[in-house]
Structure formats: structure tokens, C-alpha cells
Design a protein around this ligand. Structure first.
Ligand code: SF4
Length: 503
């Protein structure tokens, strides 16, 4: 390790295609590996899940002293891939292939940090407010990193990242895409702007900030649903109710819910496209006003009241789907609505809408595909792993968190980043995200799919930080964390159909 000029030689990291030369005491371009006295060290601690409450999350170094803590190998202990290292350049088995016994069944968990050029982040932002048109570009630091996709019930959805933005644009676009996804996956905030739309600050599990205002509520339902839910509570308190919604505005006197409980016609005429009785589309443009429209004056959606049916003094409640906006009107002698103070009798119903809303949150789902190279770290016959996952013989977890695996080809999965331990994600400057993956199955099933049986190590050895002979790096430390409440135990036999068949 000493060059002819007397200086220690740099060592080469081959844990990703960047292939850094790292000088003594320095770390590589991703800050995940370092040169420690000529040894390549994985800097983030290996994260070990414990299936109990209040596990101490202190980091204990492997290098400075022997572990004397209380992590005990057993069915309640699980080695995650966080801090384990990668299989790159793909010819070698995964960093840890761990044998354990659960309920008398011999199990194997293959542990690796995947490098994902093909990955993205799906954001669900609970708000009625219009954030941007479908397909509008989403930017971070001025770079395009994704787009607005289809709205869901009470939420606006963004699709960020993906191989196109990581690799298909400028170097800066790829770098910003990667850093923004990394921040979101590790639970940090990200500032986003949408072309022709809103400015956002978002963070997994927290309320979004939209154009500088913290969003409080996710709507109770669409306008039509809100009319239906509260029809009986409004009966005999007001003559007409209009629930303003960008998608489906509800009009009580025409709606089926109003009809069946004997609501009288009011002669109201709504601007917008009538879908079915009492349900109107396109009453205004989308925006950040009433019910996700651009309205600041809700009367703009009422064209008139028909003189054959309406009468002076007729009362009208207009309210948005979150209860954030509400106004009360009465018709004057010209049958024109005139705003009045909200009567006390209607205040509880508006509050009831607010109370039935849920707190607005930002949800962040990481999505990626476990490709051919990563699979070869598990087996010499990569498609065997795919089939094993598809047949539910292999349980896939991401840092111990459950994943949803898409049907069809490959192992394309999604996971809620709030269910992983903190700082589970990393990056490499290719650019790509690094995410932990664990594949757990019966030892017999692992053998059958062509697994690297010669590299299996007992759980106790893995917990002691003994890396297998396939690894050219050391581990700096380890940390024990509690499995998130609500997460299925990743090594649990209940994850498998063979267990259900033989309970
Ligand atoms: S970027 Fe990180 S993983 Fe890639 S070669 Fe450099 S130190 Fe190793």
C-alpha cells in the first residue's frame, strides 16, 4: 500500500461504476466508502432490526472494539441491507447471505444494497388545491425532475425521477433529480415548483406547504359525496346546499340524496357540465380557491334562479369539500343571492365537514426494479429469483419494510419510505439511488433457485460484522433499531403461502 514516492497508495472502490481511487483517511465520491488504513470501509453502520419496542439505536463501531451489546442472534433479529454494501460489479454474491431458523424452519436472507438507475418517487399530496395541469413539469433548483400525474381521491400526485431524468438529460438534471429523490426518501424536505402551477415544500409524512401556506386538511369527499353524506343533517335547516368542487360539484335539491329525503326544487341553475342530476363537472377552472377551483366568489358558478320555482328569501349554503370555505346567501326580491352572516344553525354542519377531513400529508413511495445484475448477487440463475418472488416463495423487504411488488415481469416494487429506518437510502454519482433490499425464503427454496449456498453465513456471524469472502470491504459499525410498528416481521413465516397451508 506504499507507492515508490513514499506516500500510501490510494485504494480503489469498485462498489459502483464510478470506481473511485480513495486516499488514506478520505472517503469516495458518495461518502459511503472510505480508506481506513488501507482498508475499504463501508461507513454507514449495518442496520439490524430487532422485533421489540424501544431498541437502543446507538451506533457501535466494529473497528474500535468488540461488540459487547445485547444484539442476540435469533428469530427476533434481522440483518437489513442498510450499510451492508453492494454486489457491484455484479459477478459476486450479495454481501450477506444469512441463515436463520424461524419456527423450526431453516431460512435464508440475501442482503444487498441495490444501485438503481431505474427508480423513481411517487408523491401523493393530500390537497384539493390545483398544483398544476396533468403532465406539467416539476422542477427542483430549476431542473426538470418529473411531472404531475393523474389526481387521486382528495390528493394530487407527482411522478418524480426515473431513468429519463437521471440519465437522459444534462448532467445537472441527473444530479438534481438524484439529490431530490434522496432527500425525499430519507425523510428530508424538498422544494419543488410546477410549471404553470404551485410552489411546494414537501416531506414524507408531513403536511405539504403550497404557495407558502401549510395545507391542513384532506377533503371529506368530492362535492357529490359530501352532499350525500350530510344531506339528512342539512334537511330543514336550509333550502339549498351547493358543495363546490373542481371535479364534481354537488347540488342538494337535484341530487339523488336530496330527492330521496324530500328536498324541494329551488330553481337553481349551475354553470358547468351536468353529469347526472345534482352532479356538475367543470364549474370553473382549477385553482387554489374554493374546492380546488380558481373561485374566490362561489356565486360565479350560479347562473340564475328560475322564477317559476325560486322565491325571495330562499336560503343557500355554499361550502367547499374541506369546509375551509363556506358562505350563506338569501335571495332578494329580484331572486339574486345576497350574502348574509352564517346562521348559528348551520355552523355545526360546516364544522362537521372539517372534522371529517383527515390531516393533509405528503406520502412518498420509492419505486424501483431489481434488475438482472442485482439478482445475480442472489443466484446464478437470476430469473429463478424473479419466479420465486412471483410465486410468493421469496419475501422482498426494503430495509425491513414491506414492499408492494408489481404483477408482470421483473421485480418492480414500491415502498413507503416512512416505514424504513432513518437514512436508509444513499446515492452514487453515476447518478443513481442506493436502496436496501432483502430477499428472504426457505433454505430449501434458496437451494432450488440456484442460490449461492457456499456463501451462506449463520445469523450470529453476520451480526458480529463478519463479512463473507465475497466482500472486499469492511463494516465500520452497526446499529440496532426497532422494527417499525405495523411492519410485518420480514423473516416471519406468515409471509409465505406454505405457512398458511400448514399453520
Ligand atoms: S462513488 Fe462510492 S460506491 Fe462508487 S466507487 Fe466511489 S466510493 Fe465506491
Amino acid at each position: 500500500m506504499t507507492a515508490t514516492d513514499g506516500k500510501p497508495e490510494k485504494i480503489r472502490c469498485d462498489a459502483c461504476p464510478v470506481m473511485c481511487y480513495i486516499a488514506e483517511g478520505r472517503s469516495g465520491a458518495c461518502d459511503r466508502y472510505a480508506n481506513d488504513n488501507g482498508n475499504l470501509i463501508r461507513l454507514d453502520p449495518l442496520t439490524i432490526l430487532e422485533n421489540r419496542e424501544n431498541t437502543d439505536a446507538n451506533v457501535v463501531p466494529f473497528l474500535e472494539r468488540e461488540w459487547d451489546g445485547d444484539i442476540v442472534a435469533g428469530p427476533e433479529t434481522f440483518v437489513t441491507a442498510i450499510g451492508a454494501g453492494t454486489t457491484y460489479p455484479d459477478y459476486k454474491p450479495a454481501p450477506f447471505i444469512v441463515a436463520s431458523e424461524v419456527d423450526g424452519v431453516d431460512m435464508v436472507t440475501v442482503v444487498t444494497e441495490g444501485i438503481f438507475s431505474y427508480c423513481g418517487v411517487k408523491l401523493k399530496i393530500d390537497t384539493d388545491r390545483h398544483l398544476g395541469d396533468e403532465c406539467a413539469l416539476v422542477r427542483s433548483e430549476g431542473e426538470v425532475i418529473g411531472h404531475v400525474t393523474t389526481s387521486e381521491y382528495g390528493s394530487q400526485m407527482l411522478s418524480l425521477g426515473g431513468v429519463h431524468h437521471l440519465t437522459g438529460g444534462s448532467k445537472k438534471e441527473g444530479r438534481i433529480t438524484c439529490s431530490t429523490m434522496l432527500a425525499l426518501c430519507n425523510g428530508e424536505t424538498a422544494d419543488l415548483t410546477i410549471d404553470g402551477g404551485a410552489e411546494l415544500t414537501v416531506q414524507a409524512g408531513k403536511a405539504p406547504t403550497i404557495n407558502g401556506a401549510l395545507e391542513e386538511r384532506m377533503r371529506v369527499g368530492c362535492g357529490s359525496a359530501t352532499v350525500g353524506m350530510f344531506a339528512a343533517q342539512w334537511k330543514d335547516l336550509v333550502d339549498e346546499v351547493v358543495v363546490v368542487d373542481d371535479h364534481i360539484t354537488g347540488v342538494m335539491s337535484e341530487h339523488q340524496a336530496g330527492k330521496v329525503i324530500g328536498w324541494e326544487p329551488t330553481g337553481i341553475k349551475i354553470n358547468g357540465r351536468r353529469s347526472t342530476p345534482g352532479r356538475y363537472f367543470q364549474v370553473a377552472e382549477p385553482g387554489t380557491g374554493w374546492g380546488g377551483t380558481n373561485l374566490t366568489d362561489p356565486l360565479a358558478i350560479i347562473s340564475k334562479f328560475d322564477a317559476k320555482t325560486a322565491r325571495p328569501g330562499l336560503s343557500i349554503l355554499m361550502v367547499s369539500t374541506t369546509g375551509e370555505h363556506a358562505a350563506y346567501f338569501e335571495l332578494d326580491d329580484e331572486l339574486l343571492p345576497v350574502q348574509q352572516d352564517m346562521p348559528d344553525r348551520l355552523l355545526p354542519s360546516v364544522r362537521r365537514i372539517e372534522e371529517n377531513c383527515e390531516p393533509a400529508l405528503t406520502s412518498v413511495l420509492f419505486m424501483a426494479g431489481a434488475g438482472g445484475s442485482l439478482r445475480s448477487g442472489v443466484t446464478e440463475h437470476p430469473v429463478g429469483l424473479t419466479r420465486s418472488v412471483q410465486n410468493s416463495l421469496t419475501y422482498v423487504s426494503c430495509g425491513g419494510a414491506p414492499v408492494y411488488t408489481w404483477p408482470g415481469g421483473g421485480i418492480t416494487f414500491m415502498t413507503d419510505v416512512t416505514r424504513l429506518p432513518q437514512n436508509a437510502f444513499g446515492y452514487v454519482p453515476t447518478p443513481a439511488l442506493v436502496a436496501p433490499l432483502e430477499f428472504t425464503m426457505r433454505a430449501d427454496d434458496y437451494r432450488a433457485l440456484g442460490g449461492h449456498m457456499d456463501y451462506v453465513v449463520p445469523l450470529a456471524e453476520a451480526i458480529e460484522g463478519k463479512t463473507g469472502r465475497q466482500n472486499d470491504h469492511l463494516l465500520k459499525g452497526r446499529r440496532a433499531v426497532s422494527s417499525s410498528s405495523g411492519n410485518p416481521w420480514p423473516a416471519g413465516p406468515d409471509n409465505y403461502p406454505w405457512r398458511k397451508a400448514n399453520p
